[in-house]
Design a protein around this ligand. Structure first.
Ligand code: KET
Length: 469
């Protein structure tokens, strides 16, 4: 106590000394003179650059946000209806530090299963998070606080912000093999070797489904092998599930990787996001959960997650949580959402699976775009799903017609929101400077940004920058 008082006094007297010369403007402005401009964010920086470009030809295939054929954002019908029901609410007070209990309850069912024994046994510590990014960050902070000195294994490549998140949480990073550039598929052997060679009890970040940016997921069988090896090595699996519903059109099916780990008895962590699968990007609504050994531990862990949240943002925002709990808490609205996920997103997601050697093109069982239950949604949403498959096909065919010497098969074969094109950073730079086409420098194309109006222009530009390679 005495020491603390001394420290405070010392810093106070330092402050007085430092504040003496502040009468001149020059010394005031010197507070931040050592601050250098931050590097542009590899993904959101692309949107900034796109917005600043006055060219009428500009094309944005950077950020992963769903768009219609006119490049306009899409709001789901279930969201519109939930907003209508919420409108006029008199509750605008703070949520608890852990967020909306109802929203969290419903969100856990999506990841762990409707009849999950872990939910029944109250073994899951879960809090509402600021979307998927906030869930990852909260977990990273939790990891460093209660497992100081531990590292995190991150796949190569990954969503670029994973590196920033664990860096800012002071967690040292290691990488593991994931993608094979030649086969444009999973580097399963490299992955398994890295999992095997990591020290016992390491933390691993896994993409639950629709891996960003590659669009390449392990098969079910491969997930089983990964889980077994994790078990043998006593590793901790942290799943980032930002695209539940995007790989197959069915959220339950897309949680398969997680369910396999649960069956095998792992104590996992999960980040969930409603940015993509409910189109609630800007509402910042998601969930962080950690499966514990028993209810008592879950209560303790949750109290610490809340303790981390309190000085950072106090408590999470209300509106998005209300939308989600209104949709998932009402059987009719929930089934509307499930239909919309199937109809809106899947066709371009579900049709292609990599079996280790070649790609199988087929519709997954859950994909019911063409059955009667979705008739009422078919019109505009159906057109959108078809549009995206169409865009993949048109982009590939246009490149082939232009006589491109390269293979563009993967454009129609990868799953998820993105096409991991294989373009080099230099080629992407040329696309931007010469053609006003904006994408991340790793060559990732957000397929949702490709439209009837720009696909020909895009193909031509890609051909121009790649034809001599
Ligand atoms: N994880 C992954 C794998 C991911 O791609 C994103 C977002 C997030 C988490 C976080 O999403 P949130 O909106 O916080 O729920 N990815 C897209 C947007 C971004 O970079 O922020 C993207 O890759 O374009």
């Amino acid at each position: 106590m005495a020491m603390m008082a001394r420290t405070i006094r010392n810093s106070a007297s330092r402050c007085t000394m430092m504040s003496r010369p502040i009468f001149g403007l020059r010394s005031m402005s010197s507070w931040w003179k050592n601050v250098e401009p931050a590097p542009k964010d590899p993904i959101l920086g692309v949107t900034e650059a796109f917005l600043a470009d006055p060219s009428p030809d500009k094309v944005n295939v950077g950020v992963g946000a769903y768009r219609d054929d006119n490049g306009k954002p899409v709001v789901l019908d279930c969201v519109r209806e939930a907003e209508r029901r919420i409108a006029g609410t008199s509750f605008m007070e703070y949520l608890p530090m852990g967020g909306s209990v109802k929203m969290v309850e419903e969100t856990l069912k999506l990841a762990y299963g409707d009849n999950s024994e872990f939910i029944k046994d109250k073994r899951i510590a879960a809090v509402q998070s600021l979307s998927g990014t906030g869930a990852c960050r909260l977990f990273a902070d939790f990891q460093t606080r209660f497992n100081p000195g531990s590292q995190i294994y991150i796949p190569v490549p990954t969503w670029s912000n994973h590196h920033n998140i664990w860096r800012d949480a002071q967690v040292p990073q290691k990488t593991y093999h994931y993608y094979h550039p030649e086969t444009k598929g999973l580097d399963f052997k490299g992955l398994m070797d890295d999992v095997k060679n990591a020290p016992e009890g390491s933390f691993f970040l896994l993409h639950a489904c629709a891996h960003n940016p590659t669009g390449v997921d392990p098969t079910e069988e491969q997930w089983r092998e990964i889980s077994q090896l994790f078990k043998a090595k006593n590793h901790f699996a942290f799943f980032d599930m930002a695209y539940q519903g995007f790989a197959s059109g069915d959220p339950a099916r897309d949680a398969k990787s997680i369910r396999i780990f649960l069956e095998d008895g792992h104590h996992i962590g999960i980040s969930q996001s409603y940015a993509k699968n409910m189109g609630l990007y800007g509402q910042r609504v998601g969930c962080l959960s950690v499966l514990c050994e028993n209810e008592k531990q879950a209560v303790t862990v949750k109290s610490q997650l809340q303790q981390l949240a309190r000085p950072m943002y106090s408590n999470p925002p209300l509106h998005g949580a209300q939308i989600v709990s209104t949709i998932l808490g009402d059987p009719e609205l929930k089934s509307l959402w499930l239909k919309e996920v199937k109809v809106t997103f899947p066709c371009f997601m579900c049709a292609h699976t990599f079996d280790g050697e070649s790609y199988l093109i087929k519709h997954v069982e859950s994909h019911v775009v063409f059955d009667n239950s979705t008739k009422e949604l078919e019109s505009d949403k159906q057109i959108m799903a078809d549009r995206i498959i169409g865009m993949r096909t048109t982009l590939r065919e246009s490149l082939e017609k232009l006589g491109s010497p390269l293979s563009w098969e993967h454009v129609t074969k990868q799953i998820g929101m993105f096409c991991y094109s294989g373009l080099t950073p230099e080629q992407v730079d040329r696309l931007t400077s010469e053609y006003h086409i904006y994408m991340t420098r790793n060559g990732r194309i957000s397929m949702a940004g490709v439209t009837t109006g720009n696909v020909g222009y895009l193909a031509n530009a890609i051909h121009e920058v790649t034809k001599s390679s």
